[in-house]
Write a protein that binds this ligand. Sequence first.
Ligand code: G1P
Ligand code: ZN
Length: 539
Amino acid sequence: MIITVPTTPYTDQKMGTAGLRRKSKVVMQKNYVENFVQSIFNVIGDLSNKTFLVGGDGRFYNNIAIQKIIKIAAANGVKKLLIGQKGLISTPAGSVVIRKNKLNGGLILSASHNPGGENGDFGLKYSNETGGQVPSSVSDAIYQQTTKISEYKICDDSDIDLSKLGSFEYCGMQIEVIDSVKDYVEMMQNIFDFNAIKKMFANGFTMRFDAMNAVTGPYAIEIFENILGAPKGSVVNFIPKEDFGGLHPDPNLVYAKELVDFMFSDKAADFGAANDGDGDRNMILGKSFFVTPNDSLAIITDNYKLIPHYKNGIYGVAKSAATSTAVARVAKEHNIGYYEVPTGWKYFVNLMDSNRITFCGEESFGTGSSHIREKDGIWAVLFWLNILAATGKTVEETTVEHWKKYGRSYYIRFDFEGVDTATADTLMADLETKLPNLINQTFGDFTVKEAAPFVYKDPVDESITKNGLIIYFTDGSRIVYRLSGTGSSGATIRVYLERFSAEDISQNPLDMVSPLAEIALEVAEIPSRTGKVKADVIT
Ligand code: G1P
Ligand code: ZN
C-alpha cells in the first residue's frame, strides 16, 4: 500500500508569523501539501513512537488536506493520529488536546481570520509537544527540507470517514477520531467560576456571541448556552462553513459588522463577543462600547484575583512590542514580571514554559494564558464574563474605571495592504537607516526620544529576533512599523499608533492619534512610495 512518489520542491514553503499560509489555489497545486508535510516528518526523524493531532478550522480544502496528511503519516510510520471529528478542531482546543494527552505535536489546518474558499486562503501550522507552534529554528529546518525534497511516501488507500468518533487501524497506523469539545470544556470549567456566571445568566444577563460561521460554534453552544444557561439564540453563526458563509472571520469592528451593529443598537445585549476562523482571536463589546484588545489584556491582568484558577497569584505578563503599553502599567502596579516580545504567539511559549508569565496578548485581538500555548478566544470571553459576574459591573464601567486608575492608551492600527513586496522592503530598510537621525527631532507637539529597530533576545534560548521599527516620543507616545508575516500575497505595512493620556480619558481614539499618523506617514514616506495617502484598514 505504501508508495514513494518523486516530487520537485516549491520555493515558497517558508512559514510566517503563524505557520504556512497561502492562497487556496497555491496549496491545491500538485504535491504542494505532500511536499510540506513530508518535509515536516523528515525533520522530526523517527516517527515510530509518535502520536500527533490533526484538525482544522473547517475551511475549504481542509478535508482534502487532512486525508493527504493521514496517508503520508501512515506511510512514514507514525504510530498514531488523533483527529478532530469531521476534521474540526479550534486552535486553542488543539493545544489543550496536545497537552492533555501528552502528544508529540500536531498539524493544525488553519489560515486563522483570513477569508476561506477556493479564492480565499489556506494554512497549515505545526505545533510541537508544548501545544504551541514550533520555534523558528525548527520552522527554518523544515523550510530547508522543502527546498530540496525529492520524494514523499504515501499510503495508497481509500479516504477515511471522519464523521464518527472511534478508534481503528489504517495502513498500519492507529487512528482515533475525537470530540475536542469535551476536553476543552473541562479545562474551562477548571479555570473559571462557572456557577457565578450561571447565576448571572439566570438573573437575566444577556450576551451575543458571534462564531462567524467558523470553528468555535460547537464549543460556544456547549459552553454558553448548554452549560452556562445563556438564552437560546445567544450564539449566532454557529455552524462551521467551508467559506465562513462569505464572512471574513476576523473579530474586529470592520469585519464583525453584524455583531457590532447589534451591540450599538437599542436591542444590544449586556455583553457581546466574537471569535475568528480558528477560535484563537476574540473581540469584547459592551452595550455601545468596544474594548480594545490592548485594554482587554490590561483589564484581565488587573483582575486576575477574581478568577479561581489565578487567584493565588500570577507569574507575569507579556505583550508583543506592537501592543499598547496599557498592560505595562498594570504589571508595575502588581509588581509582576513584564516582557515585550516580537509579534507572533510562538514568542510567548518559552516565557510560559519557564514560569515567567501567566498572561499574554497582542493588539491583534489575541489574549491568552499559560493554560495552553496558543491564544484562546473563548477563554478571553469567559474571563470577561467571570469579571462581570464577580463585580456586577458593566463592560463600560469596568473599562472606564480601569482608565481612571491607570490612564488611557489611545491606540489605532493602520494597515497599508497589497503593497509591492520590494517597495515595502525598501521602505522599511530606508526607514531603519533614518531612525538615528530622528532622535531629539520635534514634530508639532511631539519630540522623538528614541528610535530603533525592535530586537528581542529570548531569555530562555537566547535566540535573537528582529521585528519592526519603533519611534518613542517624550510624552510616552509610540509609532511602531512592521511588515505583516501572515499575508498570502504582496506586502502589508502595519503602522501602530499609541498615545497615552493620564487624565483625559474620554476622547475619540482616531482624533487623538491623528497627529501621530501624520508623523508616521511622513517619516516613512508612505504616500510617495506606495501611492497610498490613506490606510486600507483602520482598526
Ligand atoms: C498577525 C497579527 C499577529 C498575530 C498573527 C497570527 O500577524 O498581527 O499579532 O500573532 O496575525 O494571528 P502579522 O500579519 O501582523 O504578521
Ligand atoms: Zn486565529
